[in-house]
Design a protein around this ligand. Structure first.
Ligand code: SF4
Length: 759
């Protein structure tokens, strides 16, 4: 059901030839990441184009995965493409919208009621267009992908930042925005800057309290939250091969915390074992047949500094358990120094909640090791001292650990098992606390611990550690505890020491599950109807954007001249607005409300030139749109930096903004604007920014000769009757100019699909 062996067979048939050709052209051995990247090029390109960190290259990923929050707009856009089916195998996972409150059963029922229209929509789109649908309660996207879809040597994109989790099975898996996902599902190439490479050599072996999580916590401390930006992190060495596949996945998952494009491990026996136990022996057999292509060339490991931009070495035999935080995942503390750090920084010593699970750490191995600590509560007459919750990563793991008698240990210890979902990891947590403003400490086995992420309370100090350390802390209830050397006072008044955790890498009797929560797409999609209520406040079908009118654009009003930083968050704020991410009209009411107006240094207060009054940016844009008048946004440097959020490009397009003219763009946002049929322009002379006045009426000229490398002219008509012409640049290529003329990139795909159907 869940994987496409024919697709993988084809990838493996082509992989050796492609890698051989790349190695020949490079004239040197290749790292694993390079092999997979070369094997997934969308079109052949000369090797000189692959200079690391500078050139953008088109790729053809094998798969797309989407979580329920980001899938909504990605699928609404994909539907615009007019294709009968997705171009590559794709799946949707219902995990982000379930709130953890009282326990798995009740919380799941509540989520089904609250999010019914979203789930019905996603299920119906999957059914109609050939996507796999994982129902609420099936599990967290990355764990389910690891169990069912990830395969060594493959390439996947996913609409979630922890997509790199699949690197644990030797896959290049990268988190992207919804627009990228809809493009790939529609059959377009996917663009990525050819990455730099960081090699991490692991020597020695993990033992005792130290777990795979501690490797990435240590790496985060070394590289910091920015150190992996623009790079693929490749792990190698005998220490790497000794880590379980799920342990490798934990490390790759948290590579997102150092900003890495993705992280990857080479194919080995551990991956083979995991594939077999998750019912994919045929993939393991195929991979074993080409194993030398699924590992870096031997010369790379022998002299890594010649092939990676940076090399870090970690001796696992010397690695201590780590605890990172608070407020940032790169504040790394070896456990021997943590108690002192807590005291000297005056962090709350009392531990209030311990939480394990999430996509990062909820494998059978994680749970079995954590349970080996939990069981000591009974044996050594200890009681849990803090609240303790468990969020399993998938129904497959949950069912198996229950069948194997592991889950019961948490019950006995006083823990609460939540739904197989993200829950507290993404703030979907109805936490019970007397005073949400007071300082308090929690510890999780999740990946992110930025302020307010888990419970939205600014005073919460969140720390990150392995599941076994989190479980030990739940028994201690005190952040200054060190299970490696400290004792705990039990109910009999005795001082007892916790034994080192032990566990099973894979379930001794194999995995089993009654209902994994998967819905295959309909065999006959013709009668499937996509379910969206016209009254819905959360979902709205998209209408195609209008094509270019074929003339210069005249009479635009200046909507806002933005002063200073303007990220995608300033353009399309998150927080409470996220519930409207499937409803373009409703979410457009957040457009640019965080941007600073140059003329009054206020946010969300701009002049409506039709009335002379000041009002919110979205309402003003709507007033122009209603009057049939277009508008323009003027901005500063690096406009649109931040996360790749397609709403930041769709909203202005929807509200009638025709052009964004700035000193410079963040590249991804610039491309997103082009995809939506907008004009993304930059000042030829940055000082011309100063010429824009609040009441200007603006023309854009030269569009009948819109060509790559030529500039356009913007004419400013001031209220005093004078006019000024300025030159503006663009980076559109031929294809992108076609997108502009058609009204959007998806309009072209739809035209092509229609033409095909009519043949
Ligand atoms: S468990 Fe947390 S990190 Fe993982 S997908 Fe869910 S929200 Fe993201």
């Amino acid at each position: 059901m869940a994987f496409d062996i024919e697709m993988i067979r084809k990838v493996y048939e082509e992989l050796p030839g492609k890698i051989e050709a790349a190695r020949k052209e490079a004239g040197r051995p290749l790292t694993l990441a390079e092999k997979i990247l070369f094997a997934h090029l969308h079109t052949d390109m000369p090797l000189k184009n692959f200079e690391r960190g500078t050139h953008y290259v088109d790729f053809a990923p094998d798969r797309v995965a989407m979580q329920d929050a980001t899938a909504q707009m990605a699928l609404l856009q994909f539907m615009q493409a007019g294709r009968p089916q997705v171009a590559v195998p794709s799946t949707v996972h219902c995990d982000h919208l379930i709130q953890a409150k009282t326990g798995a059963a009740e919380d799941l029922v509540a989520a089904m009621n609250t999010n019914k229209e979203v789930y019905d929509f996603l299920a119906s789109v999957c059914n109609k267009y050939g996507l796999g649908f994982w129902k609420p309660g099936a599990g967290i996207i990355h764990q389910v992908v690891l169990e069912n879809y990830a395969f060594p040597g493959g390439m996947m994109i996913g609409t979630d930042s922890h997509t790199p989790n699949a690197g644990g099975l030797g896959m290049i898996a990268i988190g992207v925005g919804g627009a990228d996902a809809s493009d790939v599902m529609a059959g377009l190439a996917w663009e990525l800057k050819w990455p730099k490479l960081i090699g991490i050599k692991l020597t020695g072996k993990l033992s005792g309290w130290t777990a795979p999580k501690d490797i990435i916590l240590k790496v985060a401390g070394i590289l910091t939250v920015k150190g992996g930006t623009g790079a693929i992190v490749e792990y190698f060495g005998e220490g790497a091969d000794a880590i379980s596949a799920t342990g490798k996945a934990t490390i790759c998952n948290m590579g997102a915390e150092i900003g890495a494009t993705c992280s990857i491990f080479a194919y080995d026996e551990k991956m083979s074992n995991y594939l077999k136990v998750t019912d994919r022996a045929d993939i393991a057999d195929l991979a074993n047949g080409i194993i030398e292509h699924l590992r870096p060339d031997p010369e790379v490991a022998a002299a890594p500094e010649k092939y990676y931009n940076e090399v870090i070495e970690i001796n696992l035999s010397e690695l201590e358990p780590h605890i990172n935080g608070p407020y940032t995942p790169d504040l790394a503390w070896p456990i021997s120094r943590f108690a002192e750090a807590v005291r000297s920084n005056n962090w709350p010593e009392k531990l209030e909640v311990a939480l394990i699970g999430s996509c990062t750490n909820s494998s059978y191995e994680d749970i079995s090791r954590s349970v080996s600590v939990a069981r000591q509560a009974v044996d050594k007459h200890l009681k849990v001292q803090s609240e303790f919750t468990i969020s399993p990563g998938s129904e497959l793991v949950r069912y198996t650990v229950e069948k194997d008698g592991l889950l019961q240990a948490y019950d006995t210890m006083g823990g609460i098992v939540m739904a197989n979902a993200c829950g507290p990891c993404i703030g979907q947590w109805a936490r019970h606390i007397d005073d949400p403003t007071r300082k308090n400490s929690i510890i999780t086995s999740f990946n992110r611990n930025f302020a307010k992420r888990n419970d939205s309370f600014p005073g919460t100090h969140a720390f990150v550690a392995s599941p076994e350390i989190v479980t030990a802390f739940a028994l201690a209830g005190d952040l200054t505890f060190n299970p490696l050397k400290d004792t705990l006072l039990n109910e009999d008044g005795e001082q007892v020491m916790l034994d080192e955790p032990t566990g099973f890498e894979l379930p001794p009797q194999g995995f089993s599950v009654e209902d994994a929560g998967y819905q295959a797409p309909a065999e006959d999609p013709s009668s499937v109807e996509v379910l969206v209520s016209p009254e819905s406040q959360r979902l709205q079908l998209l209408a195609p954007f209008a094509p270019w009118e074929g003339t210069d654009i005249k009479g635009l009003r200046l909507l806002i001249k933005v002063r200073g930083k303007c990220t995608t968050d300033h353009i399309s704020m998150a927080g409470p607005w996220l519930k409207f991410r499937g409803h373009l009209d409703n979410i457009s009411n957040n457009m640019l409300i965080g941007a600073l107006n140059f003329f009054n240094d206020s946010t969300d207060k701009v002049k409506n030139q039709l009335t002379g009054e000041y009002g919110p940016v979205p309402a003003t844009a709507r007033a122009y749109k209603a009057a049939g008048i277009g508008s323009i946004v003027v901005g500063d440097e690096n406009y649109g930096e931040g996360s790749s959020r397609e709403h930041a490009a769709m909203e202005p397009r929807y509200l009638g903004v025709r052009a964004i003219l700035v000193k410079s763009f963040a590249r991804i946002h610039e491309t997103n604007l082009k995809k939506q049929g907008m004009l993304a322009l930059t000042f030829a002379n940055k000082e011309d920014y100063d010429k824009f006045l609040e009441d200007d009426v603006i023309d854009i000229e030269g569009l009948n000769h819109f060509e790559p490398g030529t500039s356009l002219t913007v004419v400013l008509h001031h209220t005093d009757g004078t006019s000024e012409s300025i030159s503006v640049n663009h980076t559109y290529n031929d294809q992108q100019i076609k997108w502009f003329k058609a009204g959007a990139a998806l309009n072209i795909i739809r035209q092509n699909a229609l033409a095909k159907q009519q043949q």
